[in-house]
Ligand binder design. Structure first.
Ligand SMILES: Cc1cc2nc3c(=O)[nH]c(=O)nc-3n(C[C@H](O)[C@H](O)[C@H](O)COP(=O)(O)OP(=O)(O)OC[C@H]3O[C@@H](n4cnc5c(N)ncnc54)[C@H](O)[C@@H]3O)c2cc1C
Length: 350
């Protein structure tokens, strides 16, 4: 068996897939990404608040047999890609793992936290704020909650508000949601629920952060591959593109059928999908049928600002179970989960 595999995107799904494929004899694996750093997106809210870094050198998480090409893929064609450095690469199989982030902002005003560049820009803006400046975070999901608690904890001199169109932390069970509310109150964060922001300027924020659902890159759409309304690559139960059997997708940038399981935009899904994508590529190169992918969940882990965290147990379909751990223990578990995730992409676990 042999073949040339190109992995597009050095995030959780792409690095996971590349490392597994590098161990397949006769397979040449190249990973294309504009950066030579692995971005721990799950730490970007901390980077934005000035609490710590969120990158590790790519070489530290990558199998040395994986070749890297520091470039952005601008189009996917018939067994080839074009790159923004003017070059191109050919492939027998391609893993599409371009992730999400960087778009989906409903207005030009404001900041985001979901890419390295956006979080770095936000960190600079936060550092320049005078005491008492009003800060508004829009979005009450996990990213919004982690961002607002980190900002309020790191800069208690600011006036911080969280605005969300539904209940805060709506995906958690009621006891966990109450813990989030208590923590927000303890940090002095004003919470405004069931409020749709239609006039961002009217919020009167010196700094406005959109923690709303991120968009995905439009690479698949621009390349003429089948995508859903949000631009995510449509794949079958083996994660193979329904438009090109040589292309296999994983992570936030794909939409899979229900039998794969509910795919939450998360590392919890991106890592097993990366493992499954590698399995499908390997089967394809061997001329064998690929097994179906599946995603199962165990818990939602949130950081709630410096020294505090929350773990909500969930069943395999991501439905909350009556078990939560909070406070300092929650923070310790969350930190362990972040470290475990990096070990998982390297292939040391899972
Ligand atoms: C602040 C924050 C906190 C989070 N916390 C959690 C959490 O606690 N738990 C959890 O499970 N999830 C969490 N998430 C979500 C999680 O980070 C994402 O679901 C995860 O990063 C998706 O992994 P991925 O591999 O699909 O994409 P990404 O990690 O986004 O990686 C995509 C990669 O593709 C590259 N790329 C994009 N376009 C191209 C191109 N054209 N050519 C080449 N390369 C390209 C990018 O540079 C990037 O390196 C959080 C997200 C944020 C923003």
């Amino acid at each position: 068996m042999g073949g040339t595999v190109l992995v597009v995107g050095a995030g959780y799904a792409g690095v996971t897939a590349a490392n597994r494929l590098a161990r397949t004899s006769g397979t040449e694996v190249t990973l294309a990404d504009p950066r030579d750093e692995f971005v721990e997106r799950i730490r970007l809210h901390r980077l934005a608040a000035g609490s710590g870094p969120a990158t590790v050198p790519l070489a530290r998480v990558l199998d040395p047999r994986v070749r890297t090409r520091r470039a952005r893929v601008t189009a996917i064609g018939d067994g080839t890609v074009t790159l923004d450095d003017g070059g191109g690469l050919r492939f027998d199989r391609l893993v599409y793992a371009v992730g999400s982030g960087g778009s989906g902002t409903p207005a030009d005003e404001g900041y985001r936290v979901d890419t390295l560049e956006a979080a770095t820009r936000l960190r600079t803006a936060v550092a320049g704020l005078a005491a008492g400046a009003p800060v508004v975070v829009v979005g009450g999901g996990p990213t919004g909650v982690e961002t607002v608690t980190e900002l309020a904890g790191a800069r208690p001199d600011l006036r911080v508000r969280l605005v969300t169109d539904a209940e805060v932390a709506a995906g958690l069970g009621a006891p966990a949601r109450q813990r989030v509310r208590d923590r927000l109150a303890g940090l002095g964060v004003e919470l405004r629920e069931h409020t749709v922001v239609t006039d961002p300027i009217g919020l009167g924020a010196a700094l406005l952060v959109w923690a709303t659902r991120p968009g995905v890159p439009d690479l698949a759409r621009r390349s003429g591959l089948p995508v859903d309304g949000a631009g995510r690559l449509v794949v079958d139960r083996t994660l193979t593109s329904v438009g090109d059997a040589r292309i296999v997708g994983a992570g936030d940038a794909v939409v899979a059928p229900a039998e794969v399981g509910f795919v939450r935009e998360s590392c919890q899904a991106a890592v097993p999908l990366g493992v499954a994508a590698a399995r499908t590529v390997r089967a394809g190169l061997r001329g064998r049928p690929a097994p179906a992918a599946s995603v199962v969940y165990r818990a939602v882990c949130l950081s709630l600002g410096p020294g505090s965290g929350l773990v909500q147990a969930v069943d395999r379909r991501d439905v909350p179970r009556p078990l939560t751990v909070g406070g300092r223990t929650g923070a310790v578990v969350k930190e362990q989960v972040c470290r475990y995730t990096v070990r998982a992409v390297r292939g040391r676990v899972a």
